[in-house]
Design a protein around this ligand. Structure first.
Ligand code: PLP
Length: 394
């Protein structure tokens, strides 16, 4: 499709999925087929087998590539399928430099699987550019960023890191799950690959598990396509359709949830039962200016810490609106407990070293009325103050 000078909000609707070329349908048809009949014995058609290519999945892949300003998009069966497939670009003897408070599943893949294939790694705090510079080795092939990081919302300067990586002949990968292309477009800042758990904001309705990757240029796109087809962790046509539908409302969802997140972060910052609030929209966030320079808004996820596990138990019991679960980026607000959920795969010592304490909660803001959420939290926090004082746990 011809590139149009539209804003992203318009592009979410005016894109490769707008009208089906064959029927005019305004919703992409779900091509639930494994194989494709070849009409000409000598000249095979565009599609042959759905692992290698499926029209519904391809619509999603085209749309995400266009939204990111990338060369080619790829849809996978989960965020972890996208991430681990893309990281299989690494070979024996290569080194990976990666954000220290990376998503727990990525931490598990990097520390438990890659070493079996002779790939070495170093975790660094990507919010310190000197640490990034100091840890790029001769054999470093990929610099892998999550920003804001999960769950402490540390900010890495994508442009600076991508520049540094390029000078040392390394690729830059960015897990952009927390921001989505609506709020942050890493390829425009010099990254080579952007990765998503589309399970989160992109699909947005807690109804499917999906992953996406977008390559900035042809060479890396060819490598990812080869691995996608070889490993085969592709997204089904039905789930591709759900992700395409989620994308249509991504802009309004991100705008509303980010606005509410800012209000909630400010409310929590002023509360005596809350020790710390981690949100790049707050004045006291160390790298707020870097985040503002590379993103449209601070996003819809924040973390905050209470005194201890006991306080967390009380808070959870008294907060009635949010779902208490793993995951984030949905229409409903989700409260999660990193120590026992997203970061359970990380040894306690590693976890605490990274600041993911037993009192830390992560909150993904949904589409509820922000005043209702604040009232709900106010009630839960006063229960924390009241009950922990008299020593009653959860
Ligand atoms: C959830 C998540 C993943 C993993 O994605 P799945 O779809 O659950 O496989 C990766 N990165 C981040 C930042 C996530 O939040």
């Amino acid at each position: 499709m011809k590139k149009q000078p539209y804003q992203l909000q318009t592009k979410l609707l005016h894109n490769a999925q707008k009208v089906d070329g064959l029927t005019g349908a305004v919703s992409v048809p779900v091509n639930r087929t494994s194989t494709f009949h070849q009409f000409d014995f000598d000249k095979y058609g565009k599609y042959d087998y759905s692992r290698s290519g499926n029209p519904t999945r391809e619509s999603l892949e085209e749309v995400i590539a266009e939204l990111e300003g990338g060369y080619k998009g790829f849809a996978f069966a989960s965020g972890m399928a996208a991430i681990s497939t893309a990281l299989m670009i690494l070979s024996k003897g290569d080194h990976l430099l990666i954000s220290e408070d990376v998503y727990g599943g990525t931490f598990r893949f990097v520390t438990k699987v890659l070493p079996r294939f002779g790939v070495d790694y170093t975790f660094v705090d990507m919010s310190h550019i000197e640490e990034v510079a100091a840890n790029i080795k001769d054999n470093t092939k990929i610099v892998y960023i999550e920003t804001p990081s999960n769950p402490l919302m540390k900010i890495a300067d994508i442009k600076q890191i991508a520049k540094l990586a390029k000078e040392k002949d390394c690729l830059t990968f960015v897990d952009n799950t927390f921001m989505t292309p609506v709020l942050q477009r890493p390829l425009e800042l010099g990254a080579d690959v952007v990765l998503y758990s589309a399970t989160k904001f992109i699909a947005g309705h807690s109804d499917c598990v999906a992953g996406l990757a977008v390559a900035a240029h042809k060479e890396i796109a060819e490598q990812i396509y080869f691995l996608q087809n070889t490993i085969g962790a592709v997204l089904s046509p039905d789930d591709s359709w759900l992700v395409l539908r989620g994308l249509k409302t991504l802009h309004v969802r991100m705008a509303q949830s980010s606005r509410s997140a800012q209000q909630i972060a400010e409310f929590l910052s002023g509360h005596s039962a809350v020790q710390e609030v981690y949100y790049p929209g707050l004045d006291n966030h160390a790298d707020r200016d870097i985040h503002e320079a590379q993103s449209q808004s601070p996003g819809a996820v924040l973390s905050f810490s209470l005194k201890d596990e006991q306080s967390v138990r009380i808070f959870k019991r008294h907060a009635e609106i949010p779902v208490f679960s793993v995951s984030l980026g949905a229409v409903e607000s989700i409260l999660s407990y990193p120590a026992k959920m997203s970061h359970a795969a990380m040894p306690k010592q590693e976890r605490e070293k990274r600041g993911i304490t037993d009192g830390l909660l992560r909150f993904s803001v949904g589409l509820e009325d922000p005043d209702d959420l604040i009232k709900d939290f106010a009630k839960a926090l006063s229960a924390v103050e009241r009950l922990s004082e008299i020593g009653i746990g959860g």
